[in-house]
Design a protein around this ligand. Structure first.
Ligand SMILES: [Zn+2]
Length: 295
């Protein structure tokens, strides 16, 4: 299987900005770490795919967090990404699954719910944050990200996301696209692109055919219109560490740490995003208390 990556492109003489991604391995990593059931895998994978493409729009050390909270049985889906194609994500209830919907597809809408918000927080550096949110309008997620762009960022966009799950719960294929209209785009370009998107083969079918990110965009926009700029490798990557959780424990304060020593003779922390477990010995906890006293 080919590697995961994002391609960035311009189309129609710069009137259109486009991103496409294949994320099969990253979503598989998410499925394995969180042991998601198929409907949850699709919801998690679609969110990861949108988030990693949004991350690719950032620069340098900037990063972003997407939270999908549709008040459905799956709970919250949280995904982080940066400009380097690193993405990590978790979902409150990973063992969520429902029968296929009446189109024979994984019922992501039922799992996500339709009564909540999609929130995006961008860490743009120098302690500066941009935050935007929009109501969940569909629960299928592609349309929800489309709506987010239209209402919160005022960038007319089309977001398509697809995740296919094998009978053994592993990920068969995952990917998607974000197509955006640039300011001052020509009216005829906008019409052409709208027509193309209306008549395109469903994204899940294109993903299932194993199209590369480049092929995905040429399939939708037409080969003669697309100019590819660069690619970004995608991977499930978490930046948690023993040290970071130790710092978090230190932040709980002396009384809390002392009770961990007295009651548990140590501590354990688990990363929400990647499920790595970290163990802290009694000696390490005593060291923290000494550090707090030294201040
Ligand atoms: Zn982690």
């Amino acid at each position: 299987m080919t590697q995961d990556y994002i391609v960035k492109a311009l189309a129609f003489d710069g009137d259109i900005r486009a991103y496409a991604a294949v994320t099969t391995h990253a979503v598989q990593e998410g499925q394995t770490r969180h042991y998601t059931w198929p409907t949850a895998s699709a919801a998690l994978g679609r969110t990861m795919t949108a988030t990693v493409m949004m991350g690719a729009m950032l620069k340098g050390d900037q990063k972003l967090t997407v939270t999908v909270d549709g008040q459905g049985p799956i709970g919250r889906i949280v995904a982080d990404a940066n400009a380097k194609g690193d993405v990590r994500a978790y979902v409150t209830n990973p063992q969520t699954h429902f029968p296929l919907n009446d189109q024979g597809k994984l019922d992501v809408k039922r799992a996500v719910g339709t009564n909540g918000t999609l929130t995006v927080v961008k860490d743009v550096g120098m302690k500066d944050y941009f935050s935007g949110s929009s109501p969940i309008v569909s629960g299928e997620l592609g349309e929800d990200f489309t709506y987010y762009y239209a209402t919160s960022e005022q960038v007319p966009s089309s977001v398509g996301l697809g995740v296919l799950v094998n009978p053994d719960n592993s990920i068969k294929a995952a990917g998607g696209f974000i197509i955006q209209v640039m300011p001052n785009a020509k009216e005829e370009t906008i019409e052409k692109v709208e027509q193309a998107i209306t008549h395109m083969t469903p994204v899940s079918q294109l993903i299932d055919q194993g199209l590369s990110p480049e092929e995905l965009l040429t399939e939708i926009l037409g080969k003669e219109h697309v100019k590819f700029l660069e690619t970004v490798p995608v991977k499930f990557e978490c930046n948690c560490s023993h040290e970071k959780f130790l710092n978090a424990i230190k932040g709980l304060g002396e009384a809390e740490i002392q009770s961990m020593i007295d009651e548990d003779h140590g501590a354990e922390a688990e990363c929400h995003f990647c499920r790595t477990k970290y163990h802290y010995s009694e000696a390490e906890l005593k060291g923290l208390i000494e550090e707090l006293h030294a201040k």
